[in-house]
Write a protein that binds this ligand. Structure first.
Ligand SMILES: [Mg+2]
Length: 284
């Protein structure tokens, strides 16, 4: 399969089950990084750690941390998570990575660069009010877990009984109906409430690369993620000639990703391949 950017500049929609594995495209990718700088961006939950019952149980393995550390000594490595910024920074716990939380609304300084991103600020009162209302409303429903990040709210329902999930959504929708400043999206057993503004992992990724002057043909950007919010980043990758890789689960769904990986172990093998290919290039 050719990796060249398609002429329309947008990602074709494929079924995730039909995508080839990124591990079978090593030769193409090796060729593309031969004369390009590499920049690798990753989602956290479901990508670097397996999906777990509660967010605090998603602990990074020592092997994965070592892999990320090795890769970040060779190229830019960024983590773009729906988690709060401090939360994801603490979980990964490596110094020279670029970190973004709250779906791109929070971006930590990287090297000497500040990324002052204030798009979320005007939405803080609406988020505070929604948080307060939902905390009260969801209390009687066993298994709900509300997670406030600075610029978004996640309502997790992985542990809610199937027959009660509709009640969780009704409460979320009631809050949505009271205002028009927040936008609701559905991820893996989670409702996300985010500022209703055109900003997401994809726009954040494009903005970061532009700020770092890496939105150039001499850079190959790769984004790896597993959930619906990662689709924006896959679209951005296709638009700028990068590579979007979906960590897929057995249920096939439409995606803008170019390749797939089948587990977080596969993600690590793929990152190890990038490390080996980059080291070989530098040695050559
Ligand atoms: Mg994820």
């Amino acid at each position: 399969m050719s990796l060249e950017k398609n002429s329309a500049g947008s990602a074709p929609l494929s079924l995730s089950g039909d995508l080839s594995s990124a591990l079978s495209a090593k030769e193409d990718i090796r060729n593309r990084i031969e004369d390009r700088k590499l920049a690798v961006f990753l989602d956290y939950d479901g990508t670097l750690t397996p999906i777990v019952e509660r967010p605090e149980l998603a602990v990074l393995s020592d092997e994965m941390r070592k892999t990320l550390k090795d890769l970040s000594s060779l190229c830019l490595v960024g983590i773009l998570s729906g988690r709060g910024l401090e939360d994801v920074k603490n979980l990964v716990n490596l110094d020279n990575l670029l970190y973004s939380g709250s779906h791109g609304f929070e971006i930590a300084p990287y090297g000497h660069r500040e990324f002052s991103q204030t798009k979320g600020e005007p939405f803080l009162p609406a988020l505070d009010l929604a948080e307060e209302t939902l905390n009260k409303a969801l209390k009687p429903i066993q298994g709900t877990f509300l997670e406030r990040k600075k610029y978004s709210i996640a309502v997790h329902f992985r542990q809610v009984a199937d027959r009660e999930i509709h009640k969780v959504e009704e409460h979320v929708d009631a809050v949505m109906a009271q205002q028009n400043l927040l936008h609701k999206s559905v991820g893996k057993k989670v409702f996300d409430l985010k500022p209703a503004v055109d900003w997401n992992k994809g726009t954040a990724l494009g903005w970061i690369l532009e700020k770092l002057e890496m939105d150039r043909p001499n850079v190959l950007a790769i984004y790896i993620g597993d959930d619906t919010t990662d689709e924006d980043a896959f679209r951005e990758m296709a638009r700028m000639g990068g590579i979007g890789i979906l960590v897929r689960d057995p249920l096939s769904r439409p995606t803008h990703a170019r390749f797939a990986l089948d587990s977080t172990d596969d993600v690590r093998f793929f990152l190890e391949f990038l490390i080996a290919a980059t080291r070989k290039k530098l040695a050559g």
